[in-house]
Design a binder for this molecule. Structure first.
Ligand SMILES: NC(=O)c1ccc[n+]([C@@H]2O[C@H](COP(=O)([O-])OP(=O)(O)OC[C@H]3O[C@@H](n4cnc5c(N)ncnc54)[C@H](OP(=O)(O)O)[C@@H]3O)[C@@H](O)[C@H]2O)c1
Length: 328
């Protein structure tokens, strides 16, 4: 069993998730990459246990995380059983269903059939009785929102999830889903959008919708999968996500115009005494509309660097203007 650091709750601040009773750490850890069957157990175990020792209580998964799909949940379950079993009640564990998980018409999207069987599979893989948050991973244009939200509500009533969330829903789709959930008596806890210095769409309407409804927001890919760090400024390192065949970041996304912006952002970060990764995370946390920033890490040193963002989350008006000028 892991012996956690007794000081862990003095390190990472927590924020209330919308108007709910649940607090989440300002930085949460996602297991999309680096925790799969293709990855090294000792490495990801160390990342996970270090995160817990730093006060990160929230770990985010999905049915398809790996590769192969499902292996991140299995590996997380192993660590939970071997190292963190006595601490289950200190953890917020989330999973999702929406993307392709098994063959045939019931293996993806938003039907009741898919969501409920997928949650059952996720619980088995992780060795859990319940997840803390279960998400609809993406909106399904061909399934009535009442059916998808009804499945989330059922999972809560069956005791398989404590809270429910939405991911990748537009502001309009979110409003429709929130209304159904409210009527069912299972209010939505949180929304998980892609949001970073390089992806600003949530600012247009989604964030306002969430605040009005008292729903939390957890921003995923805050470093744009590693682009918002200094790692690609001198080429593509061999051990980076862009270079790996299993990585979701494509080499074409590491392009000249993006790197030019990254170079300029990096200069501002250095003037602030931060790494670019730290500034990118701090920039999201400056806004109280964001409950938590959901990072990834391929090694423990990256996790520790990213946590350094918590030391300076304030920006002068001039810095914000300079950042917007670079990105416009
Ligand atoms: N709901 C959804 O549809 C959805 C979609 C995507 C992600 N997510 C969630 O969001 C989580 C985070 O996504 P993400 O992994 O794309 O997040 P990210 O934080 O934008 O990128 C993480 C990657 O950036 C690099 N990195 C991290 N910290 C660094 C540092 N301090 N210095 C230099 N490089 C650093 C590492 O890449 P290298 O491998 O190159 O070292 C790491 O794997 C996922 O695990 C998942 O839980 C959700």
């Amino acid at each position: 069993m892991h012996l956690p650091d007794p000081d862990r709750y003095h390190r990472t601040p927590y924020r209330r998730t919308g108007k709910s009773g649940l607090q989440l750490p300002e930085i949460s850890l996602g297991l999309w990459h680096n925790f799969g069957g293709v990855d090294v157990y000792e490495n990801y175990r160390d990342i996970l246990l270090t995160a817990f020792d730093q006060g990160i209580t929230h770990f985010d998964l999905a049915n398809n995380y790996g590769p192969p799909p499902g292996s991140a949940e299995e590996n997380f379950g192993k660590i939970l059983a071997q190292d963190l079993k006595p601490y289950r009640d200190e953890l917020i564990i989330s999973s999702k269903a929406g993307y392709r998980m098994w063959p045939g018409p019931y293996g993806e999207w938003g039907s009741r059939k898919y969501l409920i069987s997928s949650c059952d599979q996720s619980l088995k893989r992780m060795g859990l009785d319940y997840v803390d948050i279960f998400y609809s991973h993406r909106p399904d244009p061909r399934t009535p929102v009442e059916e998808t939200m009804g499945a989330l509500d059922s999972l809560v009533r069956q005791g398989k999830a404590l809270y429910v969330g939405l991911s990748n829903y537009t502001a309009e789709q979110t409003r429709a889903a929130l209304k159904v959930l409210e009527e069912l008596g299972t209010p939505c806890l949180i929304h998980q959008p892609k949001y970073s210095l390089l992806v600003r769409e949530p600012e247009e309407a989604l964030l306002g919708t969430l605040v009005d409804a008292g729903v939390g927001c957890i921003a995923f890919s805050p470093l744009a999968q590693g682009l918002l760090t200094n790692k690609y400024l001198k080429g593509i390192p061999e051990d980076s996500r862009a270079a790996k065949s299993t990585g979701f970041l494509q080499v074409e996304q590491v392009d000249g115009p993006t790197l030019e912006k990254v170079r300029k952002l990096n200069e501002i970060a250095l003037k602030r005494g931060q790494s670019l990764a730290q500034m990118a995370i701090a920039w999201l946390l400056k806004d109280r509309k964001v409950t938590s920033v959901l990072i990834g890490a391929s090694r423990t040193a990256q996790l520790m660097d990213s946590l350094g963002a918590l030391e300076n989350k304030t920006f002068s008006a001039e810095e914000l203007q300079q950042i917007n000028d670079i990105l416009s």
